[in-house]
Design a protein around this ligand. Sequence first.
Ligand SMILES: C[S@@+](CC[C@H](N)C(=O)[O-])C[C@H]1O[C@@H](n2cnc3c(N)ncnc32)[C@H](O)[C@@H]1O
Length: 240
Amino acid sequence: MLNDLYKYTSLIYSHLMRKIDYSDWAQYLSDIFDYTNVKTDTILELACGNGTLFNHFKRKFEVIILSDISFCMLKQSESGKTNLVCCDMLKLPFHRKFNVVYSTFDSINYIMNEKDLGKFFRGIKRIIGDEAIMTFDVSLEKNSIKNLKHLNRKGKFKGIRYTQESDYRASQRIHYNHFTIMLPDGSIVKETHKQKIFDFFTYFEVIEKSGLFVQDCFDAFSFEDADPESERVQFILRKQ
Ligand SMILES: C[S@@+](CC[C@H](N)C(=O)[O-])C[C@H]1O[C@@H](n2cnc3c(N)ncnc32)[C@H](O)[C@@H]1O
């Protein structure tokens, strides 16, 4: 499946994310896997982007399946022999069960409405085993407001110049990131990313209706309970 999402931003993604400590992020997820006591050799990452996190799990799991809707992002991954699957997380193509499914870094915020959110969680229910966990983080409104300033930026990476304009529309609860990118040949392309900033409680309502339940919802990178004022929250779900 070819999708234009991240067609050009995939070229500068590692530069945009240069301040993100993926080894700390992987350690946090690893701690969550240990805490849930889930046993598995195989894990599935949804919306993996360029697969940076995967490098930190190579020794922990035998089989890692990385998936993303953006072929351009997957192409940037250095995953070698890992299984790459280009798919929409709303239409999961898997016919087996997983014991660990996870997604990181606001990827679930790309689901734009409650109907699709429900479809996503029902899809998760179908592909996880009875003892399995699904864990993901989402960004809440406080994060959008707090980070607006530093997400308005420009830079240069591998001969590509870019500007990022970030705009949070509270009335729509949508966070827009508009990228203008000048490619090395001088051509200018534009890409807009939209992320839905659902209310904290919406996730709980939709999850419960989808045949899953929230085992924990932590303030991200901690094991403290989250609340609506958290910036980013980490859900751990299981089957009802
Ligand atoms: C902010 S990036 C995060 C990437 C990666 N998880 C990370 O931590 O670096 C969001 C990713 O979500 C992917 N994505 C957005 N909507 C998707 C969908 N419906 N199905 C699968 N992937 C999707 C994008 O292509 C992009 O790679």
